[in-house]
Design a protein around this ligand. Sequence first.
Ligand code: ADP
Ligand code: MG
Length: 345
Amino acid sequence: CPKLYGVLPRPCHALVLLNPQSGSGRALDDFQAVVQPMLAEADIATTVFVTERPHHAHEKVRDEDLSQWDTLVVMSGDGLLFEVVNGLMERPDWKEAMKKPLCILPGGSGNALAASINYYAGYDHVAKKKLLTNCTFILCKGLYTQMDLVSLSTASGKRFFSFLGFGWGFISDVDIDSEKYRWLGSARFTLGTLQCLAKLRVYQGPPRQPGPLPPDSLLVPLGQPVPAHWTVVPEEEFVLVYAIYQSHLGTNLLMAPAARLHDGCIHLFYMKAGISRVTLLKLFLAMSRGTHLDLNCPHLCYVPVRAFRLEPRVAAGIMTVDGEALACEPVQGQVHARLCRDGRS
Ligand code: ADP
Ligand code: MG
């Protein structure tokens, strides 16, 4: 049984993957001004790899000799960590590679994992430089633990490993195309006109023992009907579907307060059509404090699951994986508990 926690060696050598374009473009300045002095105090040496284009970090960690690094640090938004996780999973030695401790330092505009870790650590809710300082402090302490990943597969044959969430409909549209939601002010949330017709299938059964590779033991191919013991949400119009596996969807969105790094669970939210704009706005305002479920809105459903399948009737709306856009198509996913695991077990 792998140990739950490990600790980085000292001295420690970190490879820092930094996206200079992330967020407001200040990641490199912030790294030098805020992060590097703290890490130096903690005896953590850094080699900075500045990404020059999308996919650069993916290729770097896919081909890298990882034995020279004690940890891989991502200074960017969630998107760059998504590249790193999927680059590691493409390696023939993915199982070994996934034992390498990973660290996220918020440098992007979407820093949901950093906000979640700040929350799990019991720190006050903070953003921007204070969040960066807290996350750097966590790295300085050097304690690391395991994290679940969700394997997502699409009808066109793509497979992703996701650490944050899969979304369809309203939230994903806002994520990718928030400009058209400016009428709502800084929150940028609206019902819009989108109503997505889909069938949602969820599975609450116990997980099976994973094999030598990470096979999706709970899933059958997308062309086949789901197993009979799955729960099928009948064909409905949905405003949004969001499967989240961390607490925060954004720095100010505490969507799944009960979520933890390795709870073995997908926290599935879906919102049925017919909800009023006012109620939707109230829900999102409550979500900043994580109290949206207390409103008992009949349109908002929450169910913790281990696997799900989403079958859109038409290819409408944007899908996102960890904040990155996907074409709309049938998707299914299942959790792989603790796939990012303690390296010192
Ligand atoms: P943000 O939260 O600001 O969106 P992300 O880390 O999510 O930051 O990065 C967004 C995208 O930028 C990622 O999809 C990544 O592939 C891409 N990217 C990485 N390096 C660069 C670069 N040098 N120039 C442009 N895009 C990049
Ligand atoms: Mg991003």
